[in-house]
Design a protein around this ligand. Structure first.
Ligand SMILES: Nc1ncnc2c1ncn2[C@@H]1O[C@H](COP(=O)(O)OP(=O)(O)O)[C@@H](O)[C@H]1O
Ligand SMILES: Nc1ccn([C@H]2C[C@H](O)[C@@H](COP(=O)(O)OP(=O)(O)O)O2)c(=O)n1
Length: 232
């Protein structure tokens, strides 16, 4: 596996849904002049492609056969991240309830993980100044040599409240249903055989339940700066 230039810092941020991975990673990357990669968006993009191309998302064999077909391209500017599938802007369609309900099944298929993991490693290796990569298995599988690994957690109540606040006005939602869907997705992501959601042994765990987003961002920025100082 190729690695980025020695001065570059690679930060892996993992954790379950609603713990603040995306918001924290984007802000940390923007503050520190790093690139940013949302790996969940890539799994959502391949799921959207399967749905729109008539692939049965409950058939792992059909998913495996199609896994190499879509061209998925991620733009890594933390101030304006983008994702396209076969040249089409997928940033809106990948956030629908349908994609959210099917993404765990699609991302559990080993051929999908191999394909997307390769893309992620290439993007990280090409990020000259360094990158913040967020997901579920970045510290454990995708970038096990990352300079800093952070594992974000928060209570299911806090995570559901954050998510339903976000969904309001877009698609009908209620707190109990959001919490139930979130717990179901956590269980599927943590229980799959290939590269499950897990904290790496050398990750710093940050419980964000009682923290504001700004406090979490500050905490991670400090951790990155400490790592950089330690390498000098
Ligand atoms: N510490 C926090 N306190 C309150 N709200 C937060 C916090 N962290 C994130 N949020 C909000 O919660 C929602 C989900 O955050 P997000 O970064 O998308 O989480 P994840 O990527 O882990 O699913 C967003 O609307 C975000 O603004
Ligand atoms: N590194 C990753 C990132 C996401 N996934 C899968 C599992 C997740 O439920 C989905 C969607 O991830 P995403 O980060 O967009 O989800 P949330 O923002 O937490 O709702 O993708 C994965 O398997 N591995």
């Amino acid at each position: 596996m190729e690695t980025a230039a020695p001065s570059a810092v690679i930060v892996a941020i993992d954790g379950p849904s609603g713990t603040g991975k995306s918001s924290t990673s984007k802000a940390v990357a923007a503050k520190l002049g790093l690139r940013y990669l949302d790996t969940g968006a890539q799994y959502r993009a391949i799921t959207w492609w399967m749905i729109t191309n008539g692939v049965d998302t409950e058939d792992p064999h059909a998913i495996a056969v199609a896994a190499g077909k879509p061209a998925i391209v991620s733009g890594t500017d933390p101030c304006a991240p983008t994702i396209t599938v076969d040249g089409l802007d997928a940033s809106g369609p990948i956030r629908t309830k349908e994609v959210t309900s099917k993404v765990s099944a699609v991302s559990a298929v080993p051929e999908v993980r191999t394909r997307i993991t390769e893309l992620q490693r290439t993007i990280a290796a090409d990020a000259d100044g360094g990158i913040v990569v967020e997901g579920r298995d970045i510290g454990t599988t995708v970038l096990p040599d990352a300079d800093l690994k952070v594992f974000l957690t928060a209570s299911a109540e806090a995570r559901a409240a954050r998510r339903s606040g976000e969904l309001k006005g877009k698609e009908a939602t209620d707190l109990a249903a959001t919490k139930e869907a979130l717990i179901k997705r956590d269980a599927a992501d943590s229980g799959r055989k290939t590269s499950p959601l897990a904290k790496a042994g050398d990750a710093v765990e940050v419980d964000t339940t009682e923290l504001t987003l700004d406090q979490v961002i500050e905490c991670v920025v400090t951790l990155v700066e400490e790592k950089r100082a330690g390498r000098k």
